[in-house]
Write a protein that binds this ligand. Structure first.
Ligand SMILES: [Zn+2]
Length: 272
């Protein structure tokens, strides 16, 4: 599986192989692991992709790192990636990527086979300040009211260093849109409550078309306090959750070639 050490190795390899990216950390996890973040491009149009809010979903970290390596390789070789001219993209856009938002959870999922939360048992994608209280009530109805492997939303919004780091980083930028990658289901969630930013409809349809993933609407506890919810609520700009692959988490890395093939054009939409 793609764990924190592999991420660290890939980050070092990226840094020693190419001069094209800025590499930094946006903060530390509960256990002091770095939330590595990579920037590709120097343009004004800023987007943000992140992966592995959930421990069992480390395939999204591998997916995003593969994307970064492909961007750099193709840029240097001056070849197009899926028809996308990367020199243009590099000048016009800045793509920021945090491949592993929850490194502690990824590590814990090696021993605890259902572990999605962070090291304090808080589900990070239920810890953002977007209808957090309502989410908490719904989750309590399902019998979840204390730290555990999944869905516990924490004592208050942004109680966790990982969500605080992602939110602070987001606030400091001017992202046109954001995409949080999860597994699994081959669907795209694009709405938050009654709020539908104008550009969301166009972008959601474009993402669905290029990936073959269906547009879907969250229901129940999945409708609250996630990253995309908070982003849409705060900025009235498009925010997405993309659920890659199919099956039971953690999904097999054998699926990665298909997932990458499905998702690559969606990742490159920023350059269109
Ligand atoms: Zn998830």
């Amino acid at each position: 599986m793609y764990d924190y050490n592999q991420l660290k190795n890939d980050i070092e390899l990226l840094s020693s192989s190419y001069d094209l990216t800025d590499i930094f950390s946006i903060g530390d996890s509960v256990k002091g692991r770095k939330l590595y973040t990579v920037k590709f491009g120097t343009g004004k149009k800023e987007v943000y992709y992140n992966g592995a809010h959930h421990g069992l979903e480390h395939i999204t970290s591998k997916l995003l790192m593969k994307f970064i390596f492909d961007l750099c390789y193709s840029y240097n070789k001056n070849i197009k990636l899926r028809g996308c001219n990367l020199k243009d993209l590099y000048e016009k856009s800045s793509i920021y990527i945090t491949p592993m938002v929850n490194p502690d959870g990824v590590e814990m999922s090696k021993r605890l086979k259902d572990w999605q939360a962070n090291a304090r048992g808080v589900d990070l994608n239920h810890n953002y300040d977007a209808m957090w209280k309502r989410g908490k009530i719904e989750i309590a109805r399902q019998g979840i009211s204390k730290p555990g492997p999944t869905k516990y939303s924490g004592p208050y919004p942004f109680s966790e260093p990982e969500t605080k780091a992602v939110a602070n980083f987001t606030v400091k930028h001017n992202f046109d849109y954001v995409v949080a990658f999860h597994s699994q289901g081959e669907v795209i969630y694009w709405k938050y409550g009654p709020t539908i930013p104008d550009e969301s409809v166009i972008l959601a349809n474009a993402m669905s078309k290029v990936s073959g993933y269906a547009l879907d609407e969250t229901s129940g506890t999945a409708s609250y306090s996630g990253y995309k919810d908070w982003f849409i609520k705060t900025y009235n700009k498009p925010g997405f959750t993309v659920e890659v692959g199919k099956g039971t988490n953690p999904i097999s890395e054998n699926q990665l070639p298909k997932i990458y093939n499905d998702i690559l054009e969606l990742l490159l939409l920023v350059g269109v």
